[in-house]
Design a protein around this ligand. Structure first.
Ligand code: ADP
Length: 626
C-alpha cells in the first residue's frame, strides 16, 4: 500500500510535536494511556446494550513493555481497536470536531501550554518517538492492520497479524541528544513515576513487568526476577463514597499528595451533579506554608479530567481569598481534548470555582460554630488572607467573607465575630468601636479608649495593618457602622462632650497658640472628651487614620498621605491648669510644654519622635526648672 499524506492541520501539529522543545514531554504517556482507557470504555458501554457481549473486568487492561535493546516502548490495550478505515480517519487527521486549527505562528506557540494542560492526544507520541507503529484489531473484525509513520512525510497502512482485539502502539524512541535523554522512557522507575503522576486513577489496571529481587533459599544472595505489577491505584478516593472513608483516609491522601507537611484541619468532599458534574476533595491546612504570604506562593487545585491529571495548579478553580485551600477537582465534563473550545473550559471552570467558593465558606462557618478552637487556629494562620479578600477588588467579596472574620474583644478578652459583637451591643450604642495598635497590650493602654470603655462598650482591637483598611471597605455590619475610638465624633452623647466643646471655646487662644507652635504638625489642639486619666493623646479627623498613615508611608511607593492629626488635652488633668498658667505668665515655658506633650502623644501612638535629641533636652530643662 502506498504512502498517504497527513491532512494539512495534522501536519502542522505534528511538526510542533516533533520539533517541540516542550518541557513536559512525559505527557505523551498520559495521552496514549487515556486513549487506551477510552477504547476500553467503549467496549464497556457496548456491553451494557449488547447481550452478546459480556464485559469481564479482568480481561481489560493496559500494559507497558519497555525494551532497552531495541529502544522501543509498547503500549498495549485490550480496548475496542480500530478498523482500517478508523486508523485512516483517526490517526490521519486531527480535529475531527473541527473547531481547532492552527491559524498563525502565535497560536502554535500558545499551543505549548495547551499540550501541557489538555493534551493533543495521539500525536504527542512524536514528542519522544521518530517511528510510531500502531497495530490494531477492531471488535467484531477478523483482520488486523498496521499503521506506521516516521513523521510529517506521511504514513502507511497495511494488513497485519494480531490474535486479540485491541491496539498495540510501538514507539521507537528518538536518539538521545545533548539536551534530551529519551532512554529514561525505558526505565521502570521513570515510567512508574509518570503513571503515578498523571494516570494513577485510570479505571483499568496499567500493568508493567517490574524487576524484583529475593533471597534464594539457603543462600545470602539476592536474585532478580520479573513480575507483572499493577502500577496505578485505579479507584480514586474522591470517587469513593464518603461513608466508606475515615478521617485517616483523607489525612493519608493529603500526605500522599504532598499538599503539606501538616495535617489537614478540615476536609471537604464534594460530589456535584449539577449543570457541570464533578468530584472534589478540598483541604484546609492546619499550618500556614512558610511562603504563604510571599510572591512565591502559588494557589491552585489539581485538575483531573475523568481520572487523568491535566493541570497541577489550576488557579482558576480557587478564589484568592481562599488561596490556602489544597486539593483537586475531577470532572468528566472537562474533555482532555483541545479540539473542544478552550473558552468553554473557562466557563466550566468559573462555574466550579463559584460552587467551591460557596462550599468552603459553609465549611468554615460550621467549623467556627462547632469547633471554635480549630477555627481560631485556622484564623491565626489564614485570617489575614480573608481580610485582604474583604479589601481587594473594591470589596466585591466582602459579603462572602464578613462572617468569617475574628477580632480581639476588649470585653471577652478573646477573638469574637462581628455577629457576636453586634448581638451584645446595648441599645444606646450606635457604633461598632475599634482601636488600632501594634499589639493587644499596647491597645489596652491606649488613652483614646478610655471614654468608650468607661461607657461599658466593647472595643475591637485591630492589631494588623490590613484591619482598618478592610473595615473601611466593609463600612458596616448589620447596618452598624464602624467607628474608631480616635475619631472626632464618637457618637456618644455625654456630659463630657458638651463640657469639652465649651472648654475648647473658652481656651481658644491657648489652643491657637499651641497649634502655631506645632507649626503644621497638627490640624487642631482641643479639649478631649475621650480622656479620663491620661493628659494627652493624638487623634485624627477625616478619612485617614494615624494607623493608616503609618501603613501607607511604609509602602514601597511611599505616597505622602498624612492623617489630619489633632492634639487632645484632658481638661481634668493637672497639666491643663499648668498650660493655662504658662499661657498667662510664661510663653517660653508653654513652648517647652507644648513640644513635650506633643512628643509624648506621638510616643503613645507608636509614632517616632521627630527630634529625639531636642525632646530629651526639653525634658531635662523641665527637671532642672523644678
Ligand atoms: P482524541 O483521543 O482526543 O480524540 P487522538 O488523536 O488521541 O484524539 O485519537 C484520535 C482517535 O483515535 C480517538 O478518538 C480514537 O477514536 C482513536 N484511538 C486512538 N488511540 C486508540 C486506541 N488505543 N484504541 C482505539 N482507538 C484509538
Amino acid at each position: 500500500m502506498g504512502k498517504r499524506k497527513f491532512k494539512a492541520e495534522s501536519k502542522r501539529l505534528l511538526e510542533l510535536m516533533i520539533n517541540s522543545i516542550y518541557s513536559q514531554r512525559e505527557v505523551f504517556l498520559r495521552e496514549l494511556i487515556s486513549n487506551s482507557s477510552d477504547a476500553i470504555d467503549k467496549i464497556y458501554y457496548k456491553a451494557l446494550t449488547d447481550d452478546n457481549l459480556t464485559f469481564n473486568q479482568s480481561d481489560y487492561y493496559i500494559k507497558l513493555e519497555a525494551d532497552k535493546e531495541s529502544r522501543t516502548l509498547k503500549i498495549v490495550d485490550t480496548g475496542i481497536g480500530m478498523t482500517q478505515e478508523e486508523l485512516e480517519k483517526n490517526l490521519g487527521t486531527i480535529a475531527k470536531s473541527g473547531s481547532f486549527s492552527f491559524k498563525s505562528e502565535n497560536e502554535i506557540k500558545d499551543g505549548h501550554d495547551i499540550i501541557g494542560q489538555f493534551g493533543v492526544g495521539f500525536y504527542a507520541a512524536f514528542m519522544v518517538a521518530d517511528v510510531v507503529t500502531v497495530v490494531s484489531k477492531a471488535l467484531g473484525s477478523d483482520e488486523a492492520f498496521k499503521w506506521e509513520s516516521k513523521g510529517t512525510d506521511g504514513y502507511t497502512i497495511e494488513p497485519a497479524e494480531k490474535d486479540t482485539v485491541g491496539t498495540e502502539i510501538t514507539l521507537k524512541l528518538k536518539d538521545n541528544s545533548e539536551d534530551e535523554n529519551y532512554d529514561e522512557y525505558l526505565e521502570e522507575y521513570r515510567l512508574k513515576e509518570i503513571i503515578k503522576k498523571y494516570s494513577d486513577f485510570i479505571r483499568y489496571p496499567i500493568k508493567m513487568e517490574v524487576t524484583k529481587s529475593k533471597k534464594e533459599d539457603d543462600s545470602d544472595e539476592y536474585v532478580e526476577y520479573k513480575e507483572e505489577e499493577i502500577i496505578n491505584s485505579m479507584v480514586p478516593i474522591w470517587k469513593k463514597n464518603k461513608s466508606e472513608l475515615t478521617d485517616e483516609d483523607y489525612e493519608n491522601f493529603y500526605q500522599e499528595k504532598r499538599y503539606g507537611f501538616d495535617k489537614p484541619l478540615k476536609h471537604i468532599h464534594l460530589s456535584v451533579d449539577g449543570t457541570i458534574r464533578y468530584n472534589a476533595i478540598l483541604f484546609i491546612p492546619e499550618n500556614r506554608p512558610f511562603d504563604y504570604y510571599s510572591q512565591d506562593y502559588q494557589k491552585g487545585l489539581e485538575l483531573y479530567s475523568n481520572g487523568v491529571l491535566i493541570m497541577e495548579k489550576c488557579a482558576d478553580l480557587i478564589p484568592d481569598h481562599f488561596s490556602f485551600v489544597k486539593g483537586l477537582v475531577d470532572s468528566e465534563d472537562l474533555s482532555l481534548n483541545i479540539s473542544r473550545e478552550m473558552l468553554q473550559h473557562d466557563r466550566q471552570l468559573k462555574l466550579i470555582e463559584k460552587n467551591i467558593n460557596k462550599k468552603i465558606k459553609q465549611q468554615l462557618l460550621s467549623l467556627q460554630r462547632d469547633d471554635r478552637e480549630s477555627y481560631e487556629k485556622f484564623f491565626q494562620a489564614f485570617g489575614r488572607q480573608l481580610k485582604f479578600g474583604v479589601y481587594n477588588e473594591f470589596g466585591v467579596n466582602k459579603d462572602t467573607l464578613k462572617d468569617l472574620l475574628l477580632f480581639y474583644s476588649s470585653k471577652e478578652k478573646k477573638l469574637v465575630t462581628l455577629a457576636e459583637y453586634v448581638s451584645r451591643m446595648p441599645e444606646d450604642q450606635k457604633y461598632i468601636y475599634y482601636a488600632t495598635g501594634e499589639s493587644i497590650d499596647r491597645i489596652d493602654k491606649l488613652p483614646q479608649t478610655e471614654l468608650v470603655a468607661d461607657k461599658g462598650y466593647e472595643i475591637l482591637y485591630f492589631t494588623e495593618e490590613i484591619d482598618e483598611f478592610a473595615i473601611r471597605v466593609l463600612m458596616n455590619y448589620e447596618e452598624k457602622e464602624f467607628k474608631s475610638v480616635s475619631s472626632h465624633d464618637l457618637g456618644i452623647d455625654s456630659e463630657e462632650e458638651k463640657a469639652s466643646e465649651q472648654e475648647t471655646e473658652e481656651n481658644k487662644e491657648l489652643f491657637g497658640y499651641m497649634k502655631d507652635k506645632l507649626s503644621g504638625k497638627v490640624k487642631e489642639v482641643r479639649v478631649s472628651k475621650r480622656l479620663k486619666s491620661h493628659p494627652v493623646c493624638l487623634t485624627a479627623d477625616g478619612e485617614i487614620s494615624i494607623e493608616m498613615e503609618k501603613v501607607i508611608s511604609a509602602m514601597p511607593d511611599n505616597q505622602q498621605v498624612k492623617a489630619e492629626k489633632v492634639l487632645e488635652i484632658n481638661p481634668n488633668h493637672e497639666v491643663f491648669q499648668t498650660l493655662k498658667d504658662a499661657f498667662e505668665n510664661d510663653k517660653e515655658k508653654l513652648d517647652l510644654y507644648t513640644n513635650i506633650l506633643f512628643n509624648q502623644a506621638l510616643l503613645i501612638e507608636g509614632l517616632p519622635v521627630e527630634d529625639p535629641v531636642e525632646f530629651t533636652n526639653n525634658m531635662c530643662k523641665v527637671m532642672v526648672a523644678q
